[in-house]
Design a protein around this ligand. Sequence first.
Ligand code: 13P
Length: 248
Amino acid sequence: MNRKKIVAGNWKMNKTLSEAIELMSGILKNPGDNSVTKIVFPPYPVISAITNFVGASGSFSTGAQNCSEHASGAFTGEVSAAIIKSIGCKYVLVGHSERRQYFGETNAISSKKIKLALENKLNVIYCIGETLAERKANTHFDVVKTQLTEALQGIDPTNIIIAYEPVWAIGTGETATQAQAQEMHAHIRVCLKNLFNSDVANNTPILYGGSCNAQNAAELFACPDIDGGLIGGASLKADDFCKIIRSF
Ligand code: 13P
């Protein structure tokens, strides 16, 4: 088993064009070694500039934070997987909890987006995770299983990465403990085995996200089933993000 190590920065709705270039130039001063796959997810209008900016270095890939569930057409304000691919992105995030929470994204919608992304030869980071109420009600394992099953059934999992992001840990400063994260990542592998097979379960990278930072990344990345991180707040500071990249 030789899974990729991955650190991805989700910039969310932060950074104007000039701020984004400044952040990226800070990150490129200390990008870490090539054993780690490094990805940044800038806001849509800034992606091209960042893709061109990192292009020469070859050490970073870019991705989009979302894509449309439709292939093309009259959907004002939406961006298709084909457009994202055409500007040099290699990745797309699907199913982020903020998309689920604020924009009504369901597992079925995520599934449509994943299919379109894969058809357009994008790699998908599919985000899953339970709310605090679901964890308190002890339904977190079932919630995650349903998120996986409903979105991934019938899909070729080769270019899929999973990000486990417990909603209660996102932007709250409250990180899942090593034990909580490892337990859920192991559960996700069992779900992948049941949905697909053991090879898929063993080879699919599973990232942790939710208040992962320069202080706690090493402890989390040391867990056997955690292959890296999807980083929000701490990816907006070049020094912190570079430290996280070096936390394996
Ligand atoms: P924070 O790292 O800010 O908690 O955000 C995590 C996240 O949502 C990454 O997609």
